[in-house]
Ligand binder design. Structure first.
Ligand SMILES: [Zn+2]
Length: 154
């Protein structure tokens, strides 16, 4: 079952995990992200299109319960943050020590985080593949991330 406003879907997906430094307390905290393998589909102007590449998915507003449960098992600190406007609600990481939020801009749109600038940094990211259906309503989508092949598959 896909979520009602899905704009991305895939027969399998990855949960990415790494340590990031909290800007508030300065400690290392576990942060999670979602990615999809080649042959996922994205909704473009009302039509599903197949995409032959890996992609990170962020600014996620809706996820199926099964995906939420897998995320919760790895870190309850990655959770849906309700905005004042429901349109602003999305999943974000929080520091496991002080609860400060990590923005998806910081983790996905700037070098470092889930956008490594060299293979060595990519090796600090682990990718767990889950062979279950995935769908999401997401505003952020990074196709063909650099150094994706260097990320660890446990
Ligand atoms: Zn902190």
């Amino acid at each position: 079952m896909q979520v009602p406003n899905a704009n991305i879907r895939s027969p399998s997906y990855y949960i990415a995990e790494m340590q990031a430094r909290c800007a508030k307390c300065g400690r290392q905290a576990r942060v999670l992200a979602l990615a999809v393998p080649p042959n996922h589909e994205i909704l473009v102007e009302g039509e599903w299109q197949n995409v032959d590449g890996d992609a990170f998915v962020f600014y996620v507003a809706e996820l199926p319960d099964a995906v939420s449960r897998h995320l919760f098992e790895r870190s309850p600190a990655f959770r849906l943050q309700q905005g004042e406007d429901p349109a602003d609600s999305h999943w974000i990481n929080h520091c496991e020590h002080c609860a400060e939020a990590f923005s998806d801009d910081e983790l996905h749109c700037e070098p470092g985080g889930f956008m490594p600038s060299r293979a060595l940094d990519a090796e600090a990211i682990s990718l767990s593949r889950i062979d279950e259906g995935f769908s999401a309503s997401a505003a952020g989508y990074a196709l063909a991330p650099e150094f994706f092949a260097s990320m660890r598959r446990p």
